[in-house]
Design a protein around this ligand. Structure first.
Ligand code: ADP
Length: 456
């Protein structure tokens, strides 16, 4: 009788324990967390070595912010450079990356990025991504021969991933925390449609992207960007990987650095020349119709001034001459500009007192400027335009520290056993400034490193 009671109690305890993390426990060799560019590359690479791989992605589909990458990828000394006769050497690439980072990037990691770029481009070409050197003025950019870059990149990666029977992608499955046994990361607790469960693995690759969709967390690391908007990110970039890594004592680097664009709306950013060029240029006004800032401040400083307004946003106001520039045209179209033939009509569309906006623009046209702007333009040629701008985070520079094996480093400087990372979740590559296009290159280069080392 006693034994029967004990058995019932034990069964109850085991059942309850299973329920607290769901009933399903899965085992695999490599668990990849996050299905953007870096996660897909890591999963493909680990699968190529014959290991069993599970990739968990919390959203309904893979792609992350990688899929919205608009322009292209940066690389040096590639076969495309040779074929086109347009030169961008490894030395150019290294220097440009370090200079743009204000020499804050980790040269060891930058060297890996640069030295692996030609192979990365060849690998993507073999997967079917059709690129060309953009121009001799921008020889660092490799852009699609036609079509949208990010969607094509994710497209070829999904096609490749689907070829492996030993690679399973679980969407709508969010990793909640890393599992650690005897100082080694051995999987993660995840939550899918059926609840929470554990995935046990020999190693884990964190590829969860940045914090672009987590303004509170951004403000914790840099108060200047408090209340930053989220116009330029997909929803999944909420810093989960940083928090999971912190919980296992990972070291973070460069967390105060973000790439913030002052002119952003509707999923894109716009050139600041719209409000700061000499001669042909508009202004920024608050929602009361008054100027509040020197629009020629550096982009990040300008963004943080706009964020201080009560709406954390502003209107860019400009005339037909600005609207005719390439940057202006894109802003009018994608920003869904208000357009009017007089400033008074424009003010009405903006729900602003016409007299206030007229005075603001007259003062500007007469060179009256209390904000120290030395280079002024004019707003004189009808029709007139107004577009709301919501300064937004474009890229998270900081993240978990990794070594040359893409292995995560702890706060004492030691590699964390079983834990690798790649993509926007890692820090150390960009310091205070990122060369456009280096980010999807790092997805490939560090995704491969993380995937192959995690599979060893
Ligand atoms: P990267 O360029 O580094 O690959 P992306 O933003 O393209 O970055 O991709 C990161 C992916 O990770 C996104 O698809 C995001 O939804 C996913 N992700 C973020 N946090 C989690 C999590 N906790 N569990 C599973 N997937 C996650």
């Amino acid at each position: 009788m006693k034994i029967a009671k004990l058995l019932i109690t034990l069964t109850l305890v085991v059942t309850l324990a299973a329920c607290s993390t769901g009933s399903k426990v899965t085992k695999t060799d490599v668990l990849v967390i996050g299905g953007g560019g870096a996660g897909l590359v890591a999963a493909i690479t680990a699968a190529e070595s014959g290991k069993n791989v599970i990739l968990v992605e919390k959203m309904t589909a893979v792609g992350g912010n990688t899929i919205i990458s608009a322009t292209g990828i940066t690389a040096s000394d590639t076969y495309l450079h040779t074929e086109s006769g347009i030169s961008f050497t490894k030395e150019d690439h290294f220097k440009r990356t370090m200079d743009t980072s204000k020499n804050l990037a980790n040269p060891e990691l930058v060297n890996i990025l640069v030295n692996s770029s030609a192979d990365a481009i060849q690998w993507l070409a073999d997967l079917g991504l059709n690129l060309k050197v953009r121009s001799d003025k921008e020889p660092f950019w490799l852009v699609p021969v036609e079509g949208h870059y990010g969607s094509q990149l994710i497209g070829v990666l999904i096609n490749k991933a689907n070829q492996f029977k030993n690679l399973e992608i679980r969407t709508k499955t969010k990793a909640l925390e890393l599992l650690v046994e005897d100082g080694k990361v051995v999987g993660a607790v995840v939550e899918g449609a059926d609840g929470k469960y554990e995935i046990k693995s020999n190693s884990v690759v964190l590829a969860t992207g940045g914090l672009n969709n987590n303004p509170e967390m951004i403000a914790e690391y840099n108060a200047k960007y408090a209340n930053v908007n989220t116009e330029m990110t997909t929803p999944g970039a909420t810093g989960d990987g940083i928090l999971m890594a912190l919980a296992v004592n990972a070291n973070l680097v460069d967390m105060e650095y973000f790439q913030i664009r002052p002119l952003a709306i509707n999923g894109d950013w716009y050139n600041e020349s719209i409000v700061n060029a000499e001669g042909v240029s508009g202004i920024l006004v608050n929602f009361q119709g008054e100027r509040f800032v020197n629009e020629t401040l550096a982009p990040k400083a300008l963004a943080s001034e706009i964020l201080k307004t009560s709406e954390h946003s502003a209107y860019a106001v400009f005339d037909q001459l600005v609207a005719e520039t390439a940057a202006g045209k894109k802003f009018v179209e994608k920003g869904k500009a208000f357009t009017a033939n007089t400033i008074a009509e424009l003010a009405t569309l903006m729900s602003i007192d016409a007299a206030v906006l007229e005075k603001t623009i007259n003062d500007y046209n007469e060179g009256i400027d209390p904000f120290g702007r030395t280079v002024l333009g004019k707003i004189i040629q009808a029709p007139y335009y107004a577009v709301i701008t919501k300064p937004s985070n474009h890229y998270t520079m900081g993240g978990v520290e990794v070594d040359a094996n893409a292995q995560v480093i702890d706060k004492d400087g030691n590699p964390i056993k079983g834990l690798y990372a790649a993509g926007e979740v890692i820090g150390g590559l960009y310091g205070d400034g990122r060369v456009a296009g280096n980010n999807t290159l790092d997805d490939v280069v560090f995704g491969k490193l993380a995937g192959s080392n995690a599979a060893k």
